[in-house]
Design a protein around this ligand. Structure first.
Ligand code: FES
Length: 680
């Protein structure tokens, strides 16, 4: 045996001896090397591509001769002429081992390849989707050994793919016989297997080899925004993303007002369920169009959302979530058919997975943030805040994780702000104010230029400057505080008090003009006293929630802070700290994570084992209820000042000195702002 050729696979380093004539794919299978195949080694799918190396490999102690693999064969030639095959590549199912050889498996041929993620994140995504394609050859029926076509399909899948047990609904059964005959007993099936299911479910069947791909959607269904990513289920690529307003906004801006709408309008829940489902069909169409794919190849969708959105999407009356003890209809994860949600735009038998909720106010969105940012795997104490209409807050490390949600309202998403808008081209997303001249400059989404740079007007000619998005308003208010235009209580000074004509009277208060586009027919974009108040309410709720978790944990300081934002928004750590949205921390220890809930949804979409993992993690997260905790109110009032009335911010003070200004003219009524926002 020892004279059999040695086969070494890279990058895994797995090696073994195989008799002459063994196909490379077979050797890979036997060694447990991650080499893809959809057609089962029939030379049709090209998923099994490998790159053999020739010559001296001193590292491995082998010399590979030019004839270490069998000759290029007709199947490979046919594939190359029809579809192309890169120079040096072989089909692993066709090339046979003839001598010692070193074989590289390129990333695109690995089943469990890692998805490239843009930033250094808590975890990599390893491809392991619940739905995959399998090409299979089924035995023809025989009168003497009667058996059903479905049973023979099951037998073929067992023999050719080692798949134990399949199930299918009636629609698939109806398609089965014509498809098998049309494909001359060769078919491709899309099989789905959830992490908690015993059998594979046949979602669809195509005659012959189906030379297409399957897709999935990861959807973060927020109170204000619906953010969707369309992913290729074979390699995890995000092919299109879409963010639209949640149409339920017309029934109430925040969660509580939507629950109230249901309480006051019998059947209101049905209206809202139908509105969001219609919007989701539109989103599916939009991402499919953007990616130029058939939306009926979207076979899976993962949802993350807060508990009220969760119930309204499912068609469950959310009234119980509006009153103590905030009971969920179900807190567990859910797997079911997309047809149950009337998602008619996607594959008719597509599957849905919804992450588990943590508690009545801490939903599947918080679970998704926990999956993405993994506080339960952190050695140091990390505070993760996901800023949306409701803030999801997690605090913890490897030993213990606490969670709460806090009713920030939609101000951080640009709503309830006089010039606010969602993050879209034309929205101001970055702001700087010169502390000497009090003059602003800004950037809008869609251009990298500052508004004072040459060429800015041309760069934004198409989109215009249309408003301020969430990250823009956070920076604007923090910059106004740093430039001495706003005092610690949140009062905007007058032109005389703060020394700039950009401060204009507005009723009994003042506003800061950020951009006056009226001469060109554009909007006048300013930050008003009402905007500052909305931001103060939002940030106080966020800070109070974080403090509550710190109290529970028995700490006054956290080691690091992760800021996760609404769709596309990246919050500036420095500005978040000047505003007092988050507890004091070293600036280098505050990072921005983008849409962590959406990332968590994507992880659960692409890796089926992550579903089991988050279900187990959620069971260990301790929930703190802000609504009934008296200290929340105290923390909320103290957090109203910018950055804070009582808590010191030593790390912030080391890098930023905030001017000691006070614009309280004694007329009263403006400095309070301690009104507690209703939960929502
Ligand atoms: Fe499909 Fe080789 S396994 S072409």
């Amino acid at each position: 045996m020892s004279s059999d050729p040695l086969v070494i696979f890279t990058p895994s380093g797995k090696r073994g001896r195989f008799s002459v004539g063994t196909p490379v794919l077979t050797a890979a299978r036997q060694l447990g090397v991650d080499l893809d195949s959809v057609c089962g080694g029939r030379g049709i799918c090209s998923k099994c591509q490998v790159s053999p190396g020739f010559g001296e490999f001193s590292k491995h102690g082998v010399t590979v001769a030019l004839d270490a693999l069998s000759d290029w064969n007709a199947v490979e030639e046919r594939y190359k002429s029809k579809r192309g095959l890169a120079e040096g590549r072989r089909l692993g199912c066709q090339a046979k081992v003839m001598g010692d050889v070193v074989i590289d498996v390129p990333p695109e041929s690995q089943v469990h390849r890692q998805v490239v993620r843009k930033r250094a994140e808590a975890r990599a995504i390893v491809m392991d989707p619940a739905t995959r394609l399998y090409y299979v050859e089924v035995t023809e029926p025989d009168m003497h050994e009667p058996s059903g076509d479905f049973e023979r399909l099951g037998k073929a899948l067992k023999e050719q793919w080692d798949i134990n047990g399949i199930t299918a609904d009636l629609e698939v059964m109806r398609k089965l016989q014509p498809t098998l005959r049309k494909g001359a007993w060769k078919v491709t099936v899309a099989l789905h297997k959830g992490h908690d299911e015993a059998q594979h479910r046949v979602l669809d069947i195509w005659p012959g080899f189906f030379d297409g791909r399957l897709y999935g959607m990861a959807i973060d269904l927020g109170s204000t925004t619906i953010a969707a990513h369309l992913c290729d289920l074979s390699d995890g690529t995000v092919l299109a993303s879409s963010g639209v307003m949640n149409p339920q906004i017309r029934f109430g801006e925040d969660l509580m007002s939507r629950v109230s709408y249901v309480m006051m309008n019998p059947g209101g829940d049905v209206e809202m369920t139908s509105a969001v489902r219609t919007a989701l069909n539109g989103v599916a169409q939009a991402v499919a169009t953007e990616a130029s794919i058939d939306p009926r190849l979207i076979v899976e969708t993962v949802f993350v959302c807060n508990p009220v959105m969760h119930h309204l999407l499912l068609g469950i009356d959310p009234v119980e979530l509006g009153q103590a003890p905030f009971a969920l209809a179900t807190s567990g994860s859910l797997s079911f058919a997309a047809s149950e949600l009337d998602l008619t735009a996607i594959h008719p038998r597509a599957r849905i997975y919804m992450l588990p909720c943590i508690a009545g106010h801490v939903g599947a969105d918080a679970a998704a943030v926990a999956l993405s940012e993994a506080p339960n795997k952190s050695k140091d104490l990390v505070l993760v805040v996901d800023v949306g209409t409701n803030a999801e807050i997690l605090l913890g490390n490897e030993t213990r994780v606490l969670a709460c949600s806090s009713p920030t309202g939609p101000a951080f998403e640009g709503a309830q702000i006089s010039s606010g808008q969602r993050a879209a081209p034309g929205a101001i997303e970055r702001v700087e104010i010169d502390p000497e001249t009090k003059e602003p400059r800004f950037k809008v989404i869609g251009s990298d230029l500052w508004s004072t740079d040459p060429g800015f007007a041309e760069a934004v000619a198409v989109t215009g400057v249309t408003g301020i998005c969430g990250s823009g308003i956070i920076e604007a208010v923090a910059e106004m505080r740093m430039a001495g235009l706003v005092d610690a209580k949140g009062l905007i000074g007058s032109a005389e008090q703060a020394g700039t004509p950009r401060l204009v009277p507005e009723g009994r208060t003042h506003a800061y003009v950020l951009h006056d586009g009226t001469a060109e027919g554009g909007p006048l974009i300013s930050v008003t006293q009402g905007d500052i108040r909305a931001i103060q309410l939002a940030k106080s709720a966020l800070y109070a929630g974080a403090r509550l978790l710190m109290d529970e944990m028995g700490v006054d300081k956290v080691d690091r802070v992760v800021l996760a934002g609404a769709f596309g928004a990246h919050i500036s750590p420095k500005h978040a700290m000047v505003l007092g949205m988050i507890p004091d921390a070293m600036l280098g220890k505050v990072t921005s994570a983008g849409n962590a809930a959406g990332t968590g949804a994507r992880i659960a979409l692409l890796n089926v084992a992550a579903r089991a993992e988050i279900e187990a993690t959620v069971g260990q997260i301790h929930k703190v209820e802000t609504a009934i905790e008296p200290r929340f109110q105290e923390h909320f009032v103290n957090a109203n000042a910018i950055p804070h009335a009582t808590d010191p911010f030593p790390e912030l003070a080391a890098i930023v000195s905030l001017p000691h200004v006070s614009f309280n003219t004694g007329s009263g009524g403006e400095g309070g702002g301690g009104r507690r926002r209703r939960r929502g």
